[in-house]
Design a protein around this ligand. Structure first.
Ligand code: ACM
Length: 643
């Protein structure tokens, strides 16, 4: 593999030196469909004139381009509707080019001109993102950056997305994120050609969207007790503890965010998660529960709420479900969805449907009568009855319904789209039933999972490394591809309390998802992707956006070798060296270099590692206790005698 890198390296060098042509993604992420490096560079002039259509929908894109070209350079930028002399031209095709569709673009950079053309404004927006990525990283500065060569490599790019649904799901219920933080998130995702924000607005831990006809949802349902630690293990809130954590978006806020997203060609899919995950709604309106005593419930603050017995089997400790046999529930949902449908122009509304515990329904007389009356034979069919009624409500507002793959169980509502999260099975099944599908399987796209070893990452119950995320293939084997609308990554925020950590969990794994949903499958190349990720890291450093460097950390594989632990170390990325110590001191590249599996010295208490690229430390100093290694291998060692 090293040989391969060397060959590529020589090829790039030759390309730049003598101007040969090559199809390489350059620094563009996600990789374009076709990009050919041609001879020379376009030197950005000190007085930049740009010709661009005066379309209203394009104005934010032009403002973005103007800011990038003027702030870090100190150059003057003038945008005109008509200027035959302008060296930079943005053009809307008079006759649509069917190859590039609604979101694609052509970008041609020669030593004297930059020409970006598209069928629609969205295509110009994406072309501008690629153009900015072709400029030096310093273009991201928020003040004049001195001594930079402001030039764009000459290229011919044709680019368009593989999928129309390129999403990120953002949970603002478990932890609340302000309107500005949501806008920042949209800004970041749009740079990488994501076009869908799935906004998880309600859950057991808080109702975050103002519904004017149901004010208690936000006056009562949006606040909980503030807790710090490991979410999911907190003490239940005491009656006298203040409800001092929360927040919600007013309808004016929502409109503002929707417009902000639209300006960046991002649609917003609102999620109202029912009938499970509904504790906040029940706190506001206890009559929606089928369980006595619901008026004493409190919005969840991170205490245990579910009893997970084994995969697929669980029961709720408090009844966090809406009662499917209560007509008031449907009246309530009609009110909610009436307002939601007015606020969000997107054609779908997400109705949740996931992880709905059935243990309280099983003991509910009203549910039992409903089953008799409707001829329902199982709790899955009861949920299906609920989903079908919700589907009708949503359709009556002129919207389509989408839900988590549990809505398949017991029979899918007519026209319902399915978001496949429990692996790929639900997506395959729904696609083959000719229902639209969005793939977001835990196996590849759950960005709340740890991205490296639990010894250094903030603890979550599962791990998903960058290289595994990069393997995300939105069309699963066995599914009719016609029904796969695309894919998305999900960012649940139980363990994400602030925006810096949100960034850490999102990037770089969202880069991998962006490439999976935008770029042609055959364009994906892990080694090349890593190089482009590193280019984005430089930009994130300048923009002061946080990201995880976990891809540089070693992978510890511990085995039991006849009662002795054996530790194998590897890395996700090629070309890195791991140095280590067992003597408690901090290793650097003058320490032993890892070459083969290690057996700790008998009395060692910890293994410390550090990863280098050449002579630069690049990973984090990791301390792995030998006790932890023994635990992982099932080895039990007696403690040495004490003095
Ligand atoms: C989910 O992760 N509960 C959809």
């Amino acid at each position: 593999m090293k040989k391969y890198i060397l060959v590529i390296g020589c090829y790039f060098t030759a390309t730049f030196a003598i101007g040969q042509q090559s199809d390489s993604p350059l620094n563009i992420l996600p990789a374009p469909v076709k990009s050919v490096r041609t001879i020379g560079n376009f030197k950005v002039p000190k007085n930049i004139s740009i010709e661009a259509p005066s379309l209203v929908a394009l104005q934010p894109t032009l403002q973005f381009l103007k800011q990038r070209l003027s702030i870090p350079t100190g150059f003057n930028v003038l945008i005109k509707n008509q200027s035959s002399a302008a060296p930079i031209k943005l053009i809307l095709n008079k006759k649509a080019d069917p190859l590039i569709g609604k979101e694609g673009y052509h970008l041609s950079v020669t030593p004297s001109t930059v020409t970006l053309s598209a069928n629609e404004a969205a295509g110009l927006f994406y072309g501008v993102q690629s153009l900015v990525q072709l400029l030096p990283a310093a273009i991201e500065n928020s003040q004049v950056a001195s001594s930079n060569l402001w030039q764009i490599p000459c290229v011919e790019i044709t680019d368009y997305p593989r999928f129309g649904w390129r999403g990120l799901m953002f949970d603002v219920s478990r932890h609340f994120f302000t309107k500005q933080e949501v806008k920042d998130f949209i800004d970041q995702m749009a740079r990488y050609k994501f076009n869908l924000l799935h906004w998880h607005l309600t859950d057991d831990e808080g109702w975050r969207i103002e519904i004017k006809s149901l004010p208690a949802l936000t006056t009562k349902g949006s606040m909980r007790v503030d807790k710090t630690g490991y979410f999911g293990t907190f003490w239940p809130p005491l009656p006298n503890e203040p409800l001092n954590y929360g927040g919600f978006y007013t309808q004016e806020d929502i409109k503002e965010v929707v417009q902000y997203a639209k300006d960046r060609f991002v649609d917003i899919l609102p999620e109202i998660d029912v009938p499970g995950h509904s504790l906040a709604a029940i706190v506001a309106y206890p009559e929606l529960s089928g369980t006595a005593g619901a008026e004493n419930y409190r919005v969840r603050s991170g205490e245990k709420i579910m009893d997970w017995q084994k995969e697929g089997s669980f029961s709720a400790l408090v009844d966090n479900t809406l009662c499917p046999a209560n007509e008031k529930v449907y009246t309530f949902l009609d009110k909610v969805f009436t307002e939601v449908a007015t606020l969000f122009p997107f054609e779908y509304i997400h109705v949740g449907g996931d992880e709905c515990a059935k243990n309280f329904w099983e003991n509910n007389d009203a549910v039992k009568s409903l089953m008799k009356q409707e001829g329902l034979h199982s709790m899955h069919e009861v949920q299906s009855y609920f989903e079908k009624r919700v589907g009708k409500i949503i359709n009556s507002k002129g919207k389509k319904i989408i839900g988590w793959d549990e809505i398949l169980e017991g029979g899918l509502a007519e026209n319902a789209a399915v978001m496949s999260w429990r692996g790929e099975k639900g997506g395959i099944e729904a696609a083959n039933l000719k229902h639209e599908v969005v793939m977001s399987p835990t196996t590849f796209t759950y960005l709340d999972f740890m991205q490296g070893d639990a010894i250094i990452e903030p603890r979550v119950y599962a791990t998903l490394r960058l290289n595994k995320t990069y393997e995300f293939e939105p069309v699963p084997l066995g599914a009719d591809p016609k029904y796969i609308k695309g894919g998305q990554a999900n960012i649940w925020t139980e363990q994400i309390t602030n925006t810096r950590h949100l960034q850490y969990m999102t990037w770089p794994r969202a880069f991998a998802v962006a490439e999976s949903v935008w770029s042609p499958k055959e364009k994906k190349n892990w080694n090349n992707f890593v190089q482009r990720v590193e280019q984005q890291f430089k930009r994130y450093d300048i923009r002061e956006i946080n990201y995880a460097r976990s891809m540089y950390d070693p992978i510890f594989t511990c085995t039991n070798n006849n009662g002795e632990p054996l530790i194998s170390l590897s890395t996700e990325i090629e070309g890195l060296d791991i140095y280590y110590s067992f003597d408690n001191s901090f290793p650097d590249r003058f320490y032993p270099k890892y070459t083969s599996a290690l057996t700790p010295p008998k009395d060692a208490v910890q293994l410390r590692t550090i990863v280098y690229k050449g002579n630069q430390p690049i990973g984090r100093m990791i301390t792995m206790p030998i006790d932890e290694i023994n635990k992982r291998t099932g080895i039990k060692k007696p403690a040495p005698p004490e003095e």
